[in-house]
Write a protein that binds this ligand. Structure first.
Ligand code: ATP
Length: 431
């Protein structure tokens, strides 16, 4: 498996992920997505939205605000309970999450640790010019609550029947005590969450279905089965209101860790918001004539963590004539660029033709263009960023109006008339 050092350096070198505010020396555990990273990230969101909104008939989208009424976080339990136990080393002053430390001594220097203190993970800010208690607001630590508070709005405007879901992708913020492992745990991150509302009594079945569907989503995008596992939460680790919780875990270079959590949250959230807001958040069932508060199944995934898993899983090295060929075997739907246009030489007639081919493809595919150095080097550069197809324009092209398509994985080449190029690329990218 690729080491984190190798991956982090590839990400920096090729423009996937940069340390944030690097010219100022970086800003602890924050990262910026570069030209390739932003494409990969968009493709992950798109694949998730496609699978969970567009191809289904029972889920609609939402984009709620990051800053919400502070009562939201009292109702959700975050003001009271969203804390981690924190310990400090009296010797080297390093800080750890108590539940991440085994034993009673500092993992860094062996020094004595302080007693555990609870630390709330929500970022606090003040709304308006006066920094007073009444103006306190929180950066949302999860996107889910924006969905719950809009339950009635969505129900009334879309006239949905149970079961139905609301999907949302957006930034969340947690003042993590020990961020780390690159983009795995950061203080600002992006979540992809669904709240799927069901009739009580059918919740167990839907929960099981969601666990299977979410695992399949990762498999369908190419993650290897042996690097994925499901982990059922112990009774003690589960939130008191949750009737069941399973994590999808991935085998990262630093060990098995959570990619996504799927929980049966019962009717807890809607009931709490009904209580704190004084609004009815229930559902009238036409068929049975009953009024009740739906149960909810929540699949909650991280964009950044998935991105890291997709990169780790795709990374491959194989020996070749020049030493080593590094290939990111990313699923075609995720690859940042789908097609690279490579003129064999920088000579005028060839470049004009190559630019013409490029311009014709740009509206249809995410493309890149590279005319620097030998063709072998350029293929390697595209392999290293996962580009599935390269289109080479050579001197013959000027005579036969045909180009060569080269496949990232098999390295096979086929010659195709320019007139058929777009259709062929589209076929190859969806096959
Ligand atoms: P952990 O135990 O790793 O702190 P969690 O159980 O608190 O995670 P959830 O609250 O279930 O995480 O959040 C759902 C998903 O959001 C996680 O599976 C993960 O993909 C993502 N996520 C949560 N916290 C972070 C973070 N600090 N950085 C990056 N992604 C995160």
């Amino acid at each position: 498996m690729v080491s984190m050092d190798t991956l982090v350096s590839l990400c920096k070198r090729r423009g996937f992920v940069f340390p944030s505010s690097e010219i100022y020396g970086g800003f602890g555990s924050t990262w910026d997505y570069g030209p390739l990273g932003v494409e990969l990230k968009r493709n992950i969101r798109e694949a998730w939205w496609q699978a969970n909104v567009y191809t289904r008939d029972d889920i609609v989208g939402l984009d709620a605000a990051i800053l919400m009424h502070p009562r939201t976080w009292e109702a959700s339990g975050h003001v009271q309970n969203f804390s981690d136990p924190m310990v400090d080393c009296k010797n080297c002053k390093m800080r750890f999450r108590a539940d991440h430390v085994e034993g009673t001594v500092c993992p860094n220097c062996g020094g004595e640790l302080t007693e555990a203190r609870m630390f709330n993970l929500m970022f606090k800010t003040f709304v308006g010019p006066v920094e007073e208690e009444a103006a306190v607001a929180y950066f949302r630590p999860e996107t889910a609550q924006g969905i719950f508070v809009n339950f009635k709005n969505v129900l009334n405007t879309t006239r949905r029947k149970l079961p139905f879901g609301i999907a949302q992708i957006g930034k969340s913020f947690r003042n993590e005590i020990t961020p780390g492992n690159f983009i795995f745990r950061t203080r600002e991150f992006e979540q992809m969450e669904i709240e799927y509302f069901v009739k009580p009594g059918t919740d167990e079945e839907w929960y099981e279905r969601w666990v299977a569907q979410r695992l399949n989503w990762y498999l369908g995008l190419g993650l290897k089965r042996e690097n994925l596992r499901l982990r059922l939460h112990e009774d003690t680790e589960r939130a008191h209101y949750a009737a069941g919780a399973t994590d999808v875990e991935y085998q990262f270079p630093f060990g098995w860790s959570e990619l996504e959590g799927i929980a049966n949250r019962t009717d807890y959230d809607l009931k709490r918001h009904a209580e704190f807001s004084g609004q009815e958040l229930d559902y009238f069932d036409d068929e049975s004539g009953e009024r009740f508060v739906p149960y909810v199944i929540e699949p909650s995934a991280g964009v950044d963590r998935s991105l890291l898993a997709f990169l780790v899983d795709a990374y491959d090295e194989e020996p070749d004539k020049e030493g080593t060929r590094v290939v990111l075997r990313l699923h075609k739907a995720l690859a940042p660029y789908k097609v690279a246009i490579l003129p064999l030489s920088r000579k005028e007639p060839l470049v004009l033709k190559a630019k013409e081919v490029w311009a014709a493809l740009r509206p249809h595919f995410a493309t890149s263009y590279d005319d620097a150095q030998s063709i072998g080097r350029r293929y390697r550069r595209q392999d290293e960023t996962g580009t599935p197809l390269c289109v080479t324009i050579d001197f013959e092209t000027l005579n036969d109006d045909a180009v060569t398509i080269r496949d990232r994985d098999s390295m096979q080449q086929v010659r195709v008339p320019v007139a058929e190029l777009r259709a062929r690329l589209a076929d190859l990218l969806t096959s």
